[in-house]
Design a protein around this ligand. Structure first.
Ligand code: C5P
Length: 211
């Protein structure tokens, strides 16, 4: 099953989401943004009134969350208790600030990783996140890691007015014990610092050497 998953990992503000979405479109694959799964879980835990710093309370609240990720028109939707979350809900300031804390909890990851692996049964995927090539599909022959220079990432972050918050998220994602952000073994690294989105998509597709 892993042979049908193209994995794309990288830090925030590297441009990996836009690249992954377009690669999936070009190849006619389903695009899975796993960040949205962690964001949805975070939204639900916050909704339950839980302090994201309290790992025990997060564990307990997360266990009660009903999360589903059906494939709709080539990409997954994320539903909590049967309701599809909007982009505004998934990307709210509160979720941005809490998501790396929630994503560091092993039980939360175990559950979402199981959902991510199950999605591979629905057809060929492009799955994007932080641990997709290292942990979720370590046997995939098609692994990409998107990076960009600190300078370029800082200017993208600055343009979004989110410099500190995103830098802190990256720090937590790289330093956490459970599935930290790393360059997966066997991944091809693409530097997205000084190329256009179109060029990045071309480079990814060329690097994959799909037959
Ligand atoms: O990709 P995005 O920036 O939306 O991800 C939000 C957060 O979700 C990340 O900062 C990280 O804490 C978490 N995440 C993760 N593992 C993934 C995808 C996202 O821990 N595979």
């Amino acid at each position: 099953v892993a042979a049908s998953v193209i994995t794309i990992d990288g830090p925030a503000a590297s441009g990996k989401s836009s690249i992954a979405r377009l690669v999936a479109q070009r190849l006619g694959r389903t695009y899975v943004n796993t960040g949205n799964m962690y964001r949805a879980m975070t939204w639900a835990v916050l909704q339950a009134g839980v302090d994201p710093k309290n790992a025990d309370a997060v564990r307990a609240a997360a266990a009660d969350v009903v999360i589903e990720s059906p494939v709709v028109e080539g990409k997954i939707q994320i539903c909590i208790s049967g309701r599809t979350l909007t982009d505004a809900e998934l990307n709210s300031d509160l979720v941005n600030r809490a998501v790396s804390l929630i994503a560091s909890v092993g039980e939360v990851r175990d559950r979402l990783v199981a959902d991510q692996r199950a999605l591979a049964a629905t057809g060929p995927l492009v799955m994007e996140g932080r641990d997709i090539g290292s942990v979720v599909f370590p046997d995939s022959p098609h692994k990409i890691y998107i990076d960009a220079s600190e300078e370029v990432r800082a200017s993208r972050r600055g343009a979004q007015g989110l410099t500190d918050q995103i830098a802190e998220r990256d720090r937590m994602d790289k330093e956490r014990k459970n599935s930290p952000l790393v360059i997966p073994a066997g991944a091809i690294v693409i530097d997205n610092s000084h190329i256009t989105l179109e060029e990045a998509v071309d480079q990814v597709i060329a690097a994959l050497q799909l037959t």
